[in-house]
Design a protein around this ligand. Structure first.
Ligand SMILES: Cc1cc2nc3c(=O)[nH]c(=O)nc-3n(C[C@H](O)[C@H](O)[C@H](O)COP(=O)(O)OP(=O)(O)OC[C@H]3O[C@@H](n4cnc5c(N)ncnc54)[C@H](O)[C@@H]3O)c2cc1C
Length: 473
C-alpha cells in the first residue's frame, strides 16, 4: 500500500522550502522529497558563496588605487587563494548549515530519495511509491556542459564544483559573460587569476539595452581580457587545454563554464503525464498559478525556467503550495521584476527590460543617467563609471523599467523597482528627497530628461504648495 499525502514537494531547495512554509498553514500531511545535498543551491553553490568571494575580490581590487588616496605600501599585499577559498567555504558551510538547522524541526517529513512520476498523483521513490493529492515540482536547475566538451571534463569546472577548489588555477577561461560569468570572472581576475572571459556578443550581466550592452562590454574589456566569439575547446596541449574564440587561441589550466543552467526535469518521467511541451521541451504551465495543464501538479523555482533567481523561486514556492492546498486554483500577480548582477559596478534590471518593452511594443520615453562625472562616484576610487537607461510611459512619466550599470546599483535598482511597484508618476518621484552627495543624484538627470518628453507637464516649482496659507507680500 502506498502512503497517501495531501501534498508532496519534490526538491528541498529555496522553492521547495518556501512551499513547505505555506503548506504547513493548511495541512500536516505532507512530504518533502530530496535525494541531493541539503542546504539549497543558493547557500551551497550559488548566491552566498559567490558573494563571499566577490566581497574579497572587490576589497583587494581597491589596493590598486590606494596610492592615489595617499596610502602607500599596499603593493606588497598578496591574495592567498587557498585561504580565500577556505574562508568562502567556511561561510558557505555556515549559510547552508543554517538552512539545515532550520529543517531540523520537520526532518520527519523529509524523504531522502529521488522522485519520479508514475502518474499525476503517484511518485516512484525507488523502493516505495507514494500518493499525493497535489505534487509540487521544485527540482531546481543544474549547470550544463555541452556534449562536445564532455571529453575535456577534467579541465572544466562548473559552479557546483567551483567552491570546492582548494586553490585556484593560474589561468582560466570563463565561458559566458552572463550574470554568473561576469560575477565570478571579474572576482577571479581581481584576486590575480589570469582570466579570459569569452562571450558571443558584446554584452554582460544580462543587460538587453544595446546602448548599455556596448558600454558595459567596453568597460569590462578595459579591466579584464574578454574574447569575442563562440567559445571553443580545441584540445589538450602539453601545458593545459587549448581554447578559442573567434580567431583567438590560447591555453588555460581550467575552464569555468557559465554558459547557462538547465531545469532539472529529465529524470522526472514527465512523459507519463501526457502534458504539452513548448518548443524548448518545457512543460506548458500557467505562469500565474504554476499549474501544469489541468493536473494537480505545480512547478516552482528554477525548474520552471521563468526567472532563475532566489526571490522568484521563493514566491513560486508560495504560489504553488497555496494552489496545491486550496480547493481551487488562484492566479497570483508577480512582483515588479528585479534582477541584480553583483559585478563592479553592479548591473541591474528593474521592471521591464529594454528587450521586453520592444518585444511587447510598449510606447515609452527614455532618460539617461551617468556616474562618470558624478562627484560622489569620483571620490570613491574606481567607482566613477556607469550608465542607466530609464524607460517611462509618455503620459505622466510612470516608470516602466530600467537597465543600469552603476556604483551602488543594487540599491538604486531596488529604489526604482519600488517606485514602479508604487506606480509613482514622475511628479511624485521628483517630490521625494534626494540627498547630496549620493549616487542616486545621477538618476535625477534621467528623470529630468523624461520630464521634457512626457505629455503632462510638471508643475514649476515641483515642490508641493502648502494649502491655504498664500497671502499678500
Ligand atoms: C553561482 C550562482 C550564483 C547565484 N547568485 C544569485 C544571486 O545573487 N541572487 C539570486 O537571487 N539568485 C542567485 N542564483 C540563483 C539561485 O541560487 C536560484 O534561483 C535558486 O537557488 C533556485 O532555487 P530552487 O529551489 O529552484 O532550486 P534548488 O535550490 O537547486 O533546489 C532543488 C532541489 O531539488 C532536488 N532534486 C532535484 N531533482 C530531484 C528529484 N528527482 N528527486 C528529489 N529531489 C530532487 C535537488 O537535490 C535540490 O536540492 C545564483 C545561482 C548560482 C548557480
Amino acid at each position: 500500500m502506498s502512503k497517501e499525502y495531501d501534498v508532496a514537494i519534490i526538491g528541498a531547495g529555496s522553492a521547495g522550502l518556501t512551499a513547505q512554509e505555506e503548506v504547513i498553514k493548511h495541512t500536516d500531511n505532507y512530504v518533502l522529497i530530496d535525494d541531493g545535498p541539503l542546504g539549497t543551491t543558493c547557500a551551497r553553490v550559488g548566491c552566498m558563496p559567490s558573494k563571499a568571494l566577490i566581497a574579497v575580490a572587490d576589497d583587494f581590487h581597491k589596493c590598486g588605487f590606494f596610492d592615489e588616496y595617499g596610502i602607500s605600501g599596499t603593493q606588497g599585499l598578496v591574495p592567498d587563494h587557498k585561504k580565500i577559498m577556505a574562508r568562502v567555504r567556511a561561510m558557505r558551510d555556515e549559510f547552508a548549515g543554517g538552512v539545515i538547522q532550520e529543517m531540523s524541526g520537520f526532518m520527519d517529513k523529509v524523504i531522502r530519495k529521488r522522485a519520479r512520476f508514475i502518474d499525476a498523483n503517484t511518485l516512484d521513490l525507488g523502493d516505495e511509491t507514494i500518493r499525493a493529492k497535489s505534487i509540487i515540482i521544485a527540482t531546481g536547475s543544474k549547470p550544463f556542459i555541452p556534449e562536445p566538451w564532455l571529453p575535456f571534463k577534467e579541465f572544466i569546472i562548473d559552479t557546483d564544483q567551483f567552491f570546492e577548489l582548494e586553490t585556484l588555477p593560474r589561468t582560466m577561461a570563463v565561458f559566458g559573460l552572463g550574470v554568473i560569468g561576469i560575477e565570478l570572472g571579474q572576482a577571479l581576475h581581481r584576486i590575480g587569476v589570469d582570466v579570459t572571459a569569452v562571450t558571443r556578443r558584446k554584452t554582460a550581466g544580462g543587460l538587453t539595452d544595446p546602448k548599455l550592452e556596448e558600454y558595459a562590454f567596453e568597460h569590462f574589456s578595459k579591466e579584464m581580457k574578454i574574447a569575442l566569439g563562440p567559445a571553443e575547446i580545441l584540445g589538450k596541449t602539453e601545458t593545459g587545454l587549448e581554447v578559442g574564440a573567434g580567431s583567438k587561441r590560447w591555453t588555460v589550466d581550467r575552464v569555468l563554464i557559465a554558459t547557462g543552467r538547465r531545469p532539472v526535469l529529465k529524470d522526472l518521467n514527465l512523459e507519463c503525464l501526457n502534458i504539452d511541451l513548448d518548443d524548448k521541451g518545457m512543460p506548458v504551465f500557467d505562469r500565474q498559478t504554476l499549474q501544469i495543464g489541468n493536473l494537480p501538479v505545480f512547478i516552482a523555482g528554477d525548474v520552471n525556467g521563468l526567472k532563475p533567481i532566489l526571490h522568484e523561486a521563493a514566491d513560486d514556492g508560495t504560489i504553488a503550495a497555496y494552489n496545491a492546498c486550496a480547493g481551487s486554483v488562484t492566479p497570483f500577480k508577480k512582483r515588479v521584476p528585479l534582477q541584480i548582477t553583483f559585478s563592479s559596478p553592479d548591473i541591474a534590471i528593474a521592471g521591464l527590460s529594454h528587450k521586453a518593452l520592444i518585444q511587447q511594443g510598449i510606447d515609452h520615453v527614455v532618460g539617461e543617467a551617468s556616474w562618470e562625472e558624478l562627484g560622489r562616484a569620483r571620490m570613491m576610487l574606481g567607482k566613477a563609471a556607469g550608465r542607466a537607461r530609464i524607460y517611462a510611459e509618455p503620459q505622466k512619466g510612470r516608470l516602466l523599467g530600467a537597465e543600469l550599470m552603476a556604483p551602488a546599483g543594487e540599491h538604486m535598482a531596488h529604489l526604482l523597482a519600488w517606485a514602479m511597484g508604487a506606480n509613482l508618476t514622475l511628479k511624485e518621484i521628483l517630490g521625494m528627497p534626494f540627498y547630496h552627495p549620493v549616487p542616486e543624484e545621477a538618476l535625477l538627470d534621467a528623470f529630468f530628461q523624461i520630464a521634457e518628453q512626457i505629455q503632462e507637464p510638471l508643475p514649476s516649482p515641483i515642490l508641493e504648495k502648502a494649502e491655504g496659507r498664500s497671502h499678500g507680500k
